[in-house]
Design a protein around this ligand. Sequence first.
Ligand SMILES: Cc1cc2nc3c(=O)[nH]c(=O)nc-3n(C[C@H](O)[C@H](O)[C@H](O)COP(=O)(O)OP(=O)(O)OC[C@H]3O[C@@H](n4cnc5c(N)ncnc54)[C@H](O)[C@@H]3O)c2cc1C
Length: 458
Amino acid sequence: MPSYDAIIIGAGQSGPALARRLVAAGRRVAIIERKLFGGTCVNTGCTPTKTLAASAYVAHMVRRAADYGVRIEGPVTVDMKAVKARKDAVVAVFRDGVEQSLKTLQGCTVYEGHGRFVAAKAVAVNGSELAADQIFINVGARATIPPIPGLDQVPYLTNSSMMDIDFVPPHLLILGGSYIGLEFAQTYRRFGSAVSVIEFGPRLIAREDDDVSQAVAGFLKEEGIDVRVDSKMIGVEKQGISIMAKVESTGRLSQITGSHLLVATGRRPNTDDLGLDKAGVAMNARGYIEVDDQLRTNISGIWAMGDCNGRGAFTHTSWNDFEIVSANLLDNDQRRVSDRINAYALYTDPPLGRAGMTEAEVRKSGKPALSSTLAMKDVMRADERGETKGFMKVLVDRDNKQILGASFLGLEGDEVIHCALDIMYAKAPYTVVQRAMHIHPTVSEFIPTMMDRLKPLQ
Ligand SMILES: Cc1cc2nc3c(=O)[nH]c(=O)nc-3n(C[C@H](O)[C@H](O)[C@H](O)COP(=O)(O)OP(=O)(O)OC[C@H]3O[C@@H](n4cnc5c(N)ncnc54)[C@H](O)[C@@H]3O)c2cc1C
């Protein structure tokens, strides 16, 4: 049985980085990848969706050219084969980079196959068994497919199969009005598809504050996206070359027919075929591996990093998991999951940058708070750019003056949010940003202005 100091299962966001750190520390490492190096983010998640969204943004802005006094003769057409080729080229660079860096790493052996525990210190892959005292699980997650009658009889798409599309779907039905569904909705609408979003809940992106949900729904509708909330898909069937969904909305039944159906109803961890029972590793009821604040499982010598531990669902949380594990193991630096502040972005245009608590969470916490909201139409940079949709909102603890949370929905919201996030990590009062001199003309220059207008949260 080949023996290593460490085995890493999955080459997603944390696994490859940890392999490099362990090898640099003199450990002999085996890393197992069953499909595409770089995992979800690189191949079917962040990178391809943002690359596609960049093409969609160009199409959108070209259609708006006249708003800027620029004349473009003739209709705007999107060459989806070229769009996909551009996306594939960007993805290939990232994926090949991960793959080559691992395959050329001295001290690291790469196994291409499905890894499965056979015991607490042994993993089978391609018919061999590998042994190690330390095993790191980085197996990620995949799209959840809900048990809707007829769904298994129609050729539905997921975020993965969407990556193979090299045409504009005439009418894309999207089941699920949350982060992944909305990014695809806007991108494909801008490519020229008719798009219908079918959301079970009463509003889109239900984890966000109501004002954020409404603003996002507003600009998606303005672009011609058919947004249906309070709508439950109760059945689906193929009708010729079309797909017909049966929808129940507040007691009424209706049908909606499209050419393609994307299922975007959430993610589930890739832990169901991992032999975790053989190793005795505990999972919760939803299949997420249970970990402590340092990402150790209940079995000594086994860690779980990234989406599969249910402690985050982002590339940056998976990367941060790598930092936590390597700091504890190699640097005698006791970093913890609980040190991090919730932060992420929704990459619609305009994007939503989020840090810390929502307004609803602040209210629920009962903390005495101040809040301030600034419309993007009052931000000079947004006016100059002709991109004034959205608003920025910040919530502050009235007593210690620290920022509790921020939602920046607007031009560069995904970048500007770091003005709030970094001051939150510093545990400094908001007055530090309020008194900072920011550069003109930027969106960030209005963050101090917003702080000037803080009022008690009503
Ligand atoms: C459409 C979409 C858009 C997204 N956009 C963003 C975004 O903009 N920003 C952001 O931060 N996050 C985004 N995410 C989430 C992000 O992609 C994930 O959170 C991130 O990739 C998780 O990384 P990970 O390291 O946990 O695992 P993954 O990247 O999923 O990698 C896991 C790897 O393990 C391999 N594997 C699984 N099981 C086994 C096994 N038994 N044996 C061997 N190998 C195995 C898989 O093949 C895969 O390569 C997006 C996700 C989707 C689906």
